[in-house]
Design a protein around this ligand. Structure first.
Ligand code: ADE
Length: 242
């Protein structure tokens, strides 16, 4: 998969070269390029923003700088791309979206700062390619860079070969619509707290049932919205008995 990120702070994206993502880049599973938006400015001040029409606080990122940058970045690779624009005003980014993105050949991220990017940039590209404005949560960051790190990590770990054990992704929180339950490792007793007996029983059926029950309990308590969103056939008799 090819990923391009256009930003005025390329250094912010340095973590894309670390750990799991760095390894995926090293093995060729991921090809990441980070571009400095200011490379497409023509004035001495390299200005990327201007005052908003209609007044109000803050500055808006100028459309022509973004247009030149995105035209060049998109033209540099023939693979069909999806443009992703992180913004607190976007649709929520979810695990389902991460799976959809993982099936793409190419993602191009446009990082806004200030009060965002002139809306015509999104409207212009949306006429000729898929474009998503996405939010990573109901809070406001100072720019899209951290959101890109979040999205790229969520997507990259779903690419075949990136995780050591593919079951890790298959058995994640959200993969069955529920939060994952608790996990334990040695020792059997730590500071007086024992590992639940059933996990040491060797009874795989009982362990699976116990894990399912804990996932259901945790989800009901912390994210009742997820329980409400489960398809009608998602709960079996034993689930309902809980
Ligand atoms: N930019 C600023 N806040 C954001 C958020 N919550 N999600 C995505 N991009 C953002």
């Amino acid at each position: 998969m090819r990923i391009d990120v256009v930003t005025i702070f390329p250094g912010y994206l340095a973590p894309l070269r670390e750990a799991l993502l760095g390894r995926a880049v090293g093995t060729g599973l991921l090809d990441i390029a980070v571009h400095d938006l200011r490379d497409w400015t023509h004035d001495v001040h390299q200005a990327v923003d201007d005052a908003p029409y209609g007044g109000g606080p803050g500055m808006v990122m100028r459309p022509h700088v973004w247009g030149e940058a995105l035209d060049d970045v998109l033209a540099a690779d023939p693979r069909p791309a999806r443009l992703v624009v992180p913004t607190p005003a976007g649709r929520p980014f979810t695990q389902a979206a991460a799976h959809a993105y993982a099936a793409q050949e190419r993602l191009v991220f446009a990082c806004g700062r200030y009060e965002g990017i002139d809306q015509r940039v999104v409207d212009h590209y949306a006429a000729s390619m898929p474009v998503d404005e996405i939010s990573i949560g109901d809070y406001v960051l100072v720019g899209g860079e951290v959101a890109v790190l979040v999205v790229v990590e969520a997507v990259a770990r779903l690419l075949p070969g990136v995780l050591g054990n593919p079951r890790s992704a298959a058995e994640d929180s959200f993969s069955d619509g529920l939060l994952e339950g608790p996990a334990y490792t040695r020792p059997e007793v730590w500071r007086g707290h024992a590992v639940p007996e059933v996990l040491r029983s060797g009874n795989h059926g009982a362990i699976a049932r116990w894990r399912r029950d804990r996932a259901l309990e945790r989800t009901a308590e912390r994210r009742p919205d997820l329980i409400a969103a489960l398809p009608p056939d998602a709960l079996d008799e034993a689930d309902r008995a809980l």
